[in-house]
Design a protein around this ligand. Structure first.
Ligand code: THU
Length: 160
């Protein structure tokens, strides 16, 4: 038996103002998208913005449904739209912000496991890393240099 250690490195920026200008712009797009979220059941709004290598910025937000499992997270709304509209473009960067009507969200809020799995598919398909920035509605912003870093032991096509 041997022990296998898995490490993840996250970089943390103090606030929106300390982000590089292009990322701050992308996060602003995610914030605008978050404000358009349709989240009447959870009252938890998420916005995502993707920068593609063709210079397009694609945004998405969570879309809920009276039949709860039929809703979709912001990250998947955005990345599936990008994949459907620009199948050959690579996703370079992704900015995510989450807010709530019920509490203050001032810590970085990472994408859920299902969204990590979905984003992983595109990172593997495009053979280049997706830089991911995530935050609450305010406060610190975390950066992961790849999706793989957020999802060790990914389930991917190599096992099929
Ligand atoms: N949600 C997202 O949009 N992204 C995530 O990564 C986690 C959760 C949404 C789904 C649901 O509409 C609400 O947030 C509460 O879970």
């Amino acid at each position: 038996m041997k022990e296998v250690k898995i490490e993840a490195t996250i970089f943390v920026y103090e606030n929106l103002a300390s982000l590089p200008a292009d990322i701050s712009f992308l996060m602003q797009k995610a914030i605008e998208a978050r404000k358009r979220a349709y989240a009447p059941y959870s009252n938890f709004q998420v916005g995502a913005a993707l920068l593609l290598d063709n210079d397009e910025i694609i945004t998405g937000n969570n879309q809920e449904n009276a039949s709860y499992p039929s809703g979709l997270c912001a990250e998947r709304t955005a990345i599936y739209y990008a994949g459907s509209q620009f199948p050959n473009a690579k996703v370079l960067k992704m900015a995510i912000t989450a807010g709530s009507n019920n509490k203050i969200t001032n810590k970085p809020i990472p994408p859920c496991g299902a969204c990590r799995q979905a984003i992983a598919e595109y990172e593997i398909k495009q053979e280049s890393l997706i830089e991911i920035y995530f935050m609450g509605a305010t406060g610190k912003v975390a950066r992961s240099n790849s999706l793989a870093n957020l999802l060790p032991l990914v389930f991917d096509k190599s096992v099929l």
